[in-house]
Design a protein around this ligand. Structure first.
Ligand code: ZN
Length: 158
């Protein structure tokens, strides 16, 4: 069975950015996702199509197919009073886009008056290097297809 739309795929992966390991399944369970439903990064999903159980690949994902280009206008200044007392550089908050989507905001500057946050993803603008091994490919259940995501071995998790 090959990786294709509506298959549930289990992968082991290590994500490296500029030589540093940022995320890995090593030492843990493989990641399971429903192929063709945008559950994982576009560039990675496209590269996995057509592979079979046991196949390994290295994929370089450009920012446009990863976490987006870095937006120089992505920072905003807010009054200090809108934030908790303990706010510091590196703190993260959930904000909203104009469309109402959730976005992670990272604090990049704090002074007595203001807090500057950056709405770029921490990996925006980075080339992502994935080392991936396909561990399993199976058909999705009707319920998984209906929901557009994978349900674990114990059934429903949400
Ligand atoms: Zn579900």
């Amino acid at each position: 069975m090959k990786v294709a739309k509506d298959k549930v795929v289990a992968i082991d992966y290590t994500l490296t950015v500029q030589g540093d390991v940022v995320d890995t399944t090593a030492g843990g369970e493989p990641l399971e996702y429903l192929h063709g439903h945008g559950n994982i990064i576009t560039g990675l999903e496209n590269a996995l199509a057509g592979l079979s159980k046991g196949d390994s690949i290295n994929v370089q994902v450009e920012p446009e197919d990863g976490y987006g280009e870095y937006d120089e206008d992505g920072t905003e200044v807010h009054p200090r009073s809108e934030f908790p007392q303990e706010v510091e550089v590196g703190s993260m908050f959930v904000g909203e886009t104009e469309d109402g989507d959730e976005v992670m905001l990272t604090v990049v500057e704090v002074d007595d008056e203001n807090v500057t946050v950056d709405r770029n993803h921490p990996l925006a603008g980075e080339v992502l290097s994935f080392d991936v091994t396909v561990r399993d490919v199976r058909d999705a259940s009707p319920e998984e297809l209906d929901h557009g995501h994978v349900h674990g071995p114990d059934g429903h998790h949400h």
